[in-house]
Design a protein around this ligand. Structure first.
Ligand code: AMP
Ligand code: MG
Length: 293
């Protein structure tokens, strides 16, 4: 640890017409129904250039991740939390592989949230989330999150309306406190179109190497598409806060979603203005001691 890698070449996110955090931020009054899931907001180039840029970001991403990790080891309190929400096939797993996979896995705390286990179900819905938060120095990645508690829970009426209604404000307070305690939250809604979802689900049935990803329940969820869109709209309306804003990422083109999330993660890390922790020992004295051995 402690060797200093230099950022190579362009530091800005070249190629974008608009800085990506700005192009992707869900504005107040965001209209989910009107959102083009095949679009590439802020980006007017194609796939080749996007993939090159993601590859180019790898060096800076892993350098910043290492700085964050070093800070955490030296008593720092900061961390980053990437929250990935999206319907089945939106590409959450691909983001983890292709974007989060660019950094040292030792510094990543990945957690996916499925149907609560019996133990989880006995606790408040934020209990399992709190226990999964990244420790100082880590990049936490949530594949689904506490937002399921106002998405599937709302659509399938798993708790009464008066219960889930309270959760939006509760989630906002929870996230605000998290940010105050040093966690930068990057919330990403990966928005796939129903047509593209159908294509991706059919592909899973056409390919034996994809059967494992197919869950017959996904078709039941798909049949409730309008109710899910309404629930997502409510999330974007009611939890798009200053402390933890939402980003709307069109997911019909996987290469764009991957570029977009790599930029958002990079932006969050850059804003931490990470240095290297100073030595807590006498460097010269240590050098002399080593020479003498
Ligand atoms: P997958 O991400 O494909 O592994 O699927 C996980 C499943 O768990 C999805 O169908 C989610 O809707 C479901 N899930 C996640 N969180 C909850 C929750 N709090 N209550 C009920 N179902 C959930
Ligand atoms: Mg699934």
């Amino acid at each position: 640890m402690g060797h200093s890698k230099k950022h190579r070449g362009m530091k800005s996110s070249t190629g974008w017409d608009v800085p990506p955090p700005e192009a992707l931020r869900a504005p107040a009054g965001f209209d989910l129904a009107a959102f083009d899931r095949h679009s590439t907001p802020g980006w007017s180039h194609g796939r080749g250039k996007a993939e090159k840029l993601v590859a180019h970001h790898a060096g800076e991403l892993s350098d910043l991740q290492e700085r964050l990790f070093a800070e955490g080891r030296s008593g720092g309190s900061r961390s980053v939390l990437l929250v990935l929400q999206g319907m089945d096939t939106a590409g959450k797993g691909g983001i983890v592989r292709h974007v989060v996979g660019l950094v040292d896995p030792q510094g990543v705390a990945h957690r996916s949230f499925g149907v609560p286990t019996p133990e989880e179900a006995r606790h408040h819905y934020l209990w399992r989330v709190r226990r999964s938060l990244p420790r100082p120095g880590y990049i936490g990645v949530f594949d689904r999150s506490h937002y399921e508690d106002v998405l599937v829970v709302r659509v399938d009426e798993l708790v009464p309306k008066k219960e889930w209604e309270k959760r939006y404000d509760e989630i906002n307070r929870f996230e605000e406190r998290l940010v105050e305690s040093g966690t930068s939250i990057v919330k990403v809604a990966l928005l796939v179109s129903p047509e593209e979802q159908k294509k991706r689900l059919l592909e899973r049935l056409d390919r034996p190497d994809k059967y494992w990803k197919y869950n017959p329940g996904d078709v039941d969820t798909r049949e409730k598409w309008p109710a899910y869109q309404e629930a997502y709209q409510a999330v974007l309306d009611r939890t798009n806060t200053e402390a933890a804003p939402w980003h709307a990422v069109p997911a019909d083109r996987k290469w764009f979603a991957r570029l977009a999330v790599s930029e958002l993660l990079l932006d969050a890390l850059r804003r931490l203005d990470l240095g290297w922790p100073p030595a807590d020992f006498d460097v010269d004295a240590e050098r002399e001691r080593l020479r003498a051995t």
